[in-house]
Design a protein around this ligand. Structure first.
Ligand SMILES: [Zn+2]
Length: 302
C-alpha cells in the first residue's frame, strides 16, 4: 500500500493526514496556525507531521493552502488570513521534513480530492464551490484543473449578481459570495430573527448565530426559518445556474460547513433552478482538501 501525507492549511489550524491508496485517511493530526509567524507555522506543522512519518513510510507530501499559490515555485504570494507574503511554504516544509513537498491552492485540492474519491469521482468537467466566510471554487475542464494564465482562476464567488450591490473586496459589486456565502446566510438569519422576535428562529439564534441556525429552526417547523432558507436557496440557485450556463459542468459539488446539511440544503435550492446540471453536496466533507493535497504529484492532480 502506498501512503501519502496531506496537509490542509487553514487560518486557525492545519489538518494533517496519512492517506492510503484507497483515498482513506488512516491517521490524522492537527497543528496550530493562528497568531504565529510563517516560520512558526512551518515548525508547528512539521512537529505534528513527524509522529505520522515515524509510523508510515510516505511516498510524497502535498500541501493545500489558501491564498495565491504558485505551484511551480511552492511559494504562497499572498494569503488573507495567514502571514504568508511571498513565502516558500512547500520548500520550507520539504526542508523541515526532509521529503519532497508539493503545494496547490486549497480549493483546487478540494476539487482533486472530490474527483478522486468523492461526489465528483471520475468526472471530466465539474466545479466545486465552498460556502464559507466567502465563496471559494475550483474548475475541472476536460479532466484537468483550470488555473488561468496566472494560477488565479476559480474565483467562483466573484461575479456580479447585483449591479447596485455593495462593493466587494475584489473590486466588483454585489458578488455571488455576498449573496450566497455562510456569512450572507448568517446575516439573513439575523435579519429574519430581528423581524420576527417571537419565532422559533429568534429563539434558536440565542447567543450565537451560525450557518446551521436556520436549518435547526426549520427542522423544528419554524415557517420564518423556512422562508429565509427559501430566499437563501433562491440566491444559491441563481449563482449556481449562472455558473452552469458558463461551464456546463457534469456536476457542481458544494462543500463547506453548510454543505453538511446535505439533501436538506439541496431541497431549498432545487425549486429555484433553471439549468439541469446536477448539484450535490460534497461526500468527503472536511477531508476533501486533505485527500486532494495528498494526491498532488499523482495522476489525479493534473
Ligand atoms: Zn467579489
Amino acid at each position: 500500500m502506498v501512503y501519502r501525507l496531506g496537509i490542509d492549511i487553514g487560518g486557525t489550524s492545519a489538518k494533517l493526514g496519512i492517506v492510503d491508496g484507497d483515498f482513506k485517511v488512516v491517521k490524522s493530526a492537527k497543528a496550530a496556525t493562528k497568531g504565529i509567524s510563517a516560520d512558526e507555522i512551518i515548525e508547528s506543522i512539521a512537529a505534528a507531521a513527524r509522529p505520522l512519518l515515524a509510523e508510515y513510510e510516505v511516498a510524497s507530501v502535498g500541501i493545500g493552502s489558501p491564498g495565491r499559490v504558485v505551484r511551480e515555485t511552492g511559494v504562497v504570494e499572498r494569503c488573507g488570513n495567514l502571514p504568508f507574503d511571498h513565502y516558500p511554504v512547500a520548500g520550507n516544509i520539504s526542508r523541515a521534513l526532509s521529503l519532497p513537498a508539493l503545494i496547490d491552492n486549497d480549493a483546487n485540492c478540494a476539487l482533486i480530492g472530490e474527483r478522486a474519491a468523492g461526489v465528483l469521482r471520475g468526472l471530466q468537467n465539474a466545479l466545486i464551490i465552498t460556502l464559507g466566510t466567502g465563496i471559494g471554487g475550483a474548475i475541472l475542464i476536460h479532466g484537468r484543473v483550470y488555473r488561468g494564465h496566472n494560477n488565479r482562476a476559480g474565483e467562483l464567488g466573484h461575479f456580479c449578481m447585483d449591479l447596485n450591490g455593495e462593493e466587494c473586496e475584489c473590486g466588483l459589486r454585489g458578488c455571488f459570495e455576498m449573496q450566497g456565502s455562510a456569512t450572507a446566510l448568517i446575516k439573513l438569519t439575523a435579519e429574519y430573527a430581528a423581524q420576527n422576535p417571537g419565532s422559533v428562529l429568534a429563539r434558536e439564534c440565542g447567543e450565537r448565530i451560525s450557518g446551521r441556525t436556520a436549518f435547526e429552526a426549520a427542522r423544528k417547523g419554524c415557517p420564518v426559518a423556512k422562508a429565509l432558507l427559501d430566499e437563501y436557496g433562491r440566491r444559491l440557485a441563481l449563482g449556481l445556474d449562472s455558473l452552469c450556463y458558463v461551464f456546463q459542468p457534469q456536476m457542481i459539488a458544494v462543500s463547506g460547513g453548510i454543505s453538511r446539511e446535505g439533501e436538506n440544503l439541496i431541497e431549498y435550492i432545487t425549486p429555484h433552478r433553471v439549468a439541469d446540471n446536477p448539484v450535490k453536496t460534497s461526500s468527503l466533507q472536511g477531508e476533501g482538501g486533505l485527500i486532494g493535497a495528498a494526491l498532488l504529484g499523482t495522476e489525479y492532480a493534473v
